[in-house]
Design a protein around this ligand. Structure first.
Ligand SMILES: NC(=O)C1=CN([C@@H]2O[C@H](COP(=O)(O)OP(=O)(O)OC[C@H]3O[C@@H](n4cnc5c(N)ncnc54)[C@H](OP(=O)(O)O)[C@@H]3O)[C@@H](O)[C@H]2O)C=CC1
Ligand SMILES: CC(=O)N[C@@H](CCC(=O)OP(=O)(O)O)C(=O)O
Length: 338
């Protein structure tokens, strides 16, 4: 097979940087055009000092012409910037949108949570969800999930599919600061973040709420995000009311079966609980589940690296499926520790 020629729009950002880190190690890929917004004309090395082999590459302007002749174009741009570009690229190009523009099925939800007109729905790049992998095979358009929805949906989907719990879920998820992207925000200044954890968008206000609900077949979702002083990682603690008397062993058996063939979902040994540190840089989801009999609830905890399985790694996993490459090509479950 010929090398797959890949372009990255938004190559100066966090997601662009993580895509390139992974693509540099992908055996079937050659890296083509790299573009940015205001930083066009500067070098990759100025923004991504860890990407040594690309240090001298100059970032181009993000225009449809820049992506001519590429097999795959990753869009790692702010929300609302992907729709026009995606529409301008031909059906012979695989376009993978890391932003939110094409994730939601409901146009009404889009307008309520993001504002403006809905750009349409693309196949959803979370292959571990029931029915999702098949829709990615051969597709030319992929909507990469949000980072919180990746963790929360994989934590709860098996329990809902097996009818262990009612579709009325609570998700409290801790995130690292890179989830917010590189642009400066007052609440993300070092002195505001260091030494403190803070809840935000409390009361069902986070735009990932409808995406989690969509993934969980319309479940009612109470979602609270919490910002913590770390660069990478999401730790999602998820619970739902048990429908009948189920013990932890039975709940674990459901999860073991659901994810038995999933290369990136790692159900931890009984009694051990996920930690974000073990997922850093890897495409793994670390997962554990138990039952709280007094509260009558199932509790599942998932940890991911928001930039890897939570965006760039998941995007490459979905690319592999779309192109008919081995799903794990260029990806690893191995993290960086300590
Ligand atoms: N960070 C995360 O954990 C996750 C992010 N995502 C999504 O991925 C996308 C990228 O996020 P992230 O990398 O964190 O964001 P960053 O802010 O770090 O990077 C944004 C990138 O987009 C470019 N850009 C900004 N405006 C324009 C424009 N008008 N035209 C062309 N390029 C532009 C920037 O270039 P320049 O440097 O020139 O401004 C930069 O390369 C977003 O949609 C985000 O929601 C999804 C899941 C998780
Ligand atoms: C810390 C922080 O701000 N995190 C981001 C995570 C969302 C994200 O990155 O995903 P999208 O692609 O849907 O934007 C947030 O809560 O908005």
């Amino acid at each position: 097979m010929h090398m797959v020629r890949v372009a990255v729009a938004g190559a100066s950002g966090y997601v662009g940087g993580e895509l390139l880190r992974l693509l540099l190690a992908h055996p079937d890929v050659e890296i083509g055009a790299l573009t940015a917004g205001g930083n066009a004309g500067t070098t990759v090395g100025e923004h991504q000092p860890h990407l040594v082999p690309l240090a001298d590459r100059v970032l181009g302007d993000t225009t449809p012409d820049a992506f001519a002749g590429h097999d795959v174009v990753f869009l790692a741009l702010p929300h609302g910037h992907s729709a026009e570009l995606g529409a301008a690229l031909g059906d012979d190009t695989l376009v993978i949108d890391c932003g939110a523009d094409h994730r939601l099925v409901s146009a009404e939800d889009w307008t309520r949570w993001y504002g403006g007109e809905h750009a349409g729905t693309w196949p959803y790049g979370l292959p571990e969800l029931p029915g999702a992998r098949e829709k990615l095979v051969g597709t030319k358009r992929i909507a990469v999930p949000g980072c919180y929805p990746t963790a929360a949906s994989l934590a709860l989907a098996p329990a809902l599919a097996a009818d262990l719990v009612s579709p009325d879920v609570v998700v409290v998820a801790v995130t690292g600061t890179s989830g917010a992207g590189k642009s400066l925000k007052p609440n993300l200044l070092g002195s505001e973040v260091m030494g403190s954890a803070s809840a935000y968008n409390v009361g069902g206000l986070h735009r990932h709420t409808p995406e989690i609900a969509q993934n969980l077949n319309g479940a009612t979702v109470s979602f609270t995000p919490v910002l913590a002083p770390m660069a990478r990682g999401i730790l999602a603690t998820c619970s739902a009311p048990l429908k009948s008397t189920v013990d932890s062993a039975a709940a674990r058996a459901v999860y073991t079966k659901a994810y038995a063939d999933e290369p990136f979902v790692h159900l931890l040994p009984e009694g051990t609980w996920p930690a974000t540190a073990a997922t850093v840089g890897g495409n793994a989801v670390h997962l554990q589940v138990t039952v709280d009999p007094d509260a009558g609830r199932l509790v599942a905890v998932a940890a991911i690296d928001n930039l890897t399985k939570g965006t760039a790694g998941g995007a490459i996993q979905s690319m592999n499926i779309a192109l008919g490459l081995p799903e794990t090509a260029g990806l690893s479950t191995v993290g960086v520790a300590p």
